[in-house]
Design a protein. Structure first.
Length: 497
């Protein structure tokens, strides 16, 4: 059998594994067919040399990362069976590349990621498939960040986000409905009139538009690659814009527009300000009462008058962020007054706002709001993982952004693209829980993968020849001090590819 046939056979095996996992009605039957498909897949990949061809812009397509966001989205339809597909992606990642490209030069980022996940997930110790899901997703991004070059990880991951967006639009047009959307009647009013769209490949109304914000904010990636790659990314960009408008998520629209424009008009200024932008959503609930009066109230009034589609018809509700200010205030008061020392330290586990009783406090007797999230990733992590979890999550976000900023200031376009995506993801977590570590939160896992890719980059000082070559992908870089593999330093300047 030729290599080309083996390649095609391997792709068919991946498709069969995913389809089987989604449509199978019994876990036992799914396990048999998925394991059979994965065995064939592994055998095909081992003997194939052309399975991972380089893309037109010179990077290797990391197929597991290309598929990961969409596979995570399918968790809404087949929670247990997706674990088999994730196992297949891990096998694919291990067999697609047999050599280690990078070491984790910043192990504290890896440790912060693991710790920020460990405490919230503790509530699910008796639910095996959720623990397996968490472990497999973490292993997958660890393997990919460890074995593949930084540009390949970043671009493949964002192309995977693009695939997720396209799949959601196609699913919506085909009439597919997320199981989580069944019977939902609240928070669906659109500022443009009508109903906000709940896209199919998710368990959350907020996830698809914020995934779209990540891709649109990193829109510079559409300038990379050959014609076919650019067309694909342009289609994904249009799908992302459609999702943000149809879902009527104003934060996603504002974040994506601001980050994209800043990265194009003033990339170095944006890079220098990125740490402050990343820190802002982490402290937002705690400083919002002051900001609302001094800064945000006049800004929101002006924005609503200039762009009426950003308002839902009630200026006071716009300033209150649709009641988020009350949720934040009551949740913080509950944590200060009614949470004991141990739970303050390590939290209540995932959905801690519910198990602690905080959501019952700010629901104010409304059964629809009972169990509602705290609408801020840091505040949610405070209930899920306690102070330890918050410190880990904050360190993860800031350390990753600082590292990516250092690369963007070289300047390096691939680092700037990753920085835009990371900052957009963190900003989106300011009014939603999309950056709180949790089960089937696709936006968090996208940022976690970017953070692990950043962990392979140097924390300070000199960079290697390969990193400079990977970074000099369209922007002019200043002469840098390069360290060879033997450890000797040489003065050199980067050249554009």
């Amino acid at each position: 059998m030729t290599n080309l046939r083996l390649d095609r056979f391997a792709f068919v095996a991946v498709g069969l594994a995913i389809v089987t996992g989604v449509v199978a009605t019994r876990v036992g039957v799914a396990a048999i067919f998925v394991c059979l498909g994965l065995g064939i897949l592994a055998a095909a990949i081992r003997t194939s040399r052309r399975f991972a061809p380089p893309a037109r812009d010179g990077y290797t397509v990391v197929l597991p990362l290309l598929l990961m966001p969409t596979v995570l989205g399918l968790t809404a339809f087949a929670e247990r069976r997706i674990t088999f597909v994730l196992a297949g992606l891990i096998i694919l990642a291990l067999t697609q590349s047999r050599r280690r490209e990078h070491t984790f030069r910043q192990p504290l980022i890896v440790a912060a990621l693991v710790l920020s996940l460990l405490l919230p997930a503790s509530r699910y110790l008796t639910t095996l498939y959720v623990q397996v899901w968490h472990a497999e997703t973490l292993i997958l991004i660890l393997v990919c960040a460890r074995r593949y070059p930084f540009p390949s990880v970043v671009k493949s991951l964002l192309d995977g986000v693009g695939l997720f967006l396209i799949a959601n639009v196609l699913g919506y047009l085909a009439g597919v409905e997320s199981p989580a959307a069944a019977g939902r009647t609240f928070s669906l009013d659109s500022s443009t009139g009508g109903i906000r769209v709940f896209f199919p490949l998710t368990s959350s109304l907020a996830v698809p538009p914020l995934m779209a914000a990540i891709f649109v904010a990193a829109g510079l990636i559409c300038l990379e690659g050959g014609r076919a790659v650019r067309v694909y990314r342009a289609v994904a960009l249009l799908a992302g814009i459609f999702i943000m408008v149809a879902a009527n998520t104003r934060v996603a629209l504002v974040v994506s527009a601001v980050v994209l424009v800043a990265s194009v008009v003033a990339p170095l200024i944006f890079a220098r300000a990125s740490v402050y932008l990343a820190a802002f959503p982490m402290v937002l609930p705690f400083v919002y009462p002051l900001l609302a009066v001094v800064v945000l109230q006049p800004v929101i009034h002006v924005a609503a008058s200039l762009f009426p589609f950003l308002s839902r018809g009630d200026t006071e509700a716009d300033v209150a962020l649709e009641g988020r200010d009350r949720i934040w205030s009551m949740a913080i008061s509950f944590w200060q007054e009614q949470v004991d020392f141990i739970h303050r330290l390590v939290g209540f586990g995932e959905f801690g706002q519910r198990s602690s009783g905080a959501s019952a406090a700010y629901a104010n007797g409304d059964p629809l709001l009972l169990g509602f999230s705290s609408h801020n990733s840091t505040l949610q992590q405070l209930f899920d993982g306690g102070l330890v979890g918050v410190a880990s999550l904050a360190f993860l976000g800031l350390a990753a952004v600082i590292t990516l900023r250092r690369g963007a200031l070289l300047p390096s376009r691939v680092h700037l693209i990753a920085l835009c995506a990371g900052v957009a993801a963190l900003l989106g977590g300011g009014t939603e829980v999309t950056q709180a570590p949790g089960y089937a939160v696709e936006t968090f896992w996208v940022f976690a993968c970017l953070a692990l890719a950043a962990a392979t980059q140097p924390s300070r000082g000199a960079v290697t020849k390969d990193e400079l070559a990977a970074g000099a992908d369209g922007l002019t870089a200043a002469p840098e001090r390069v360290v060879t593999s033997a450890g000797s330093a040489h003065g050199t300047s980067t050249s554009n590819r």
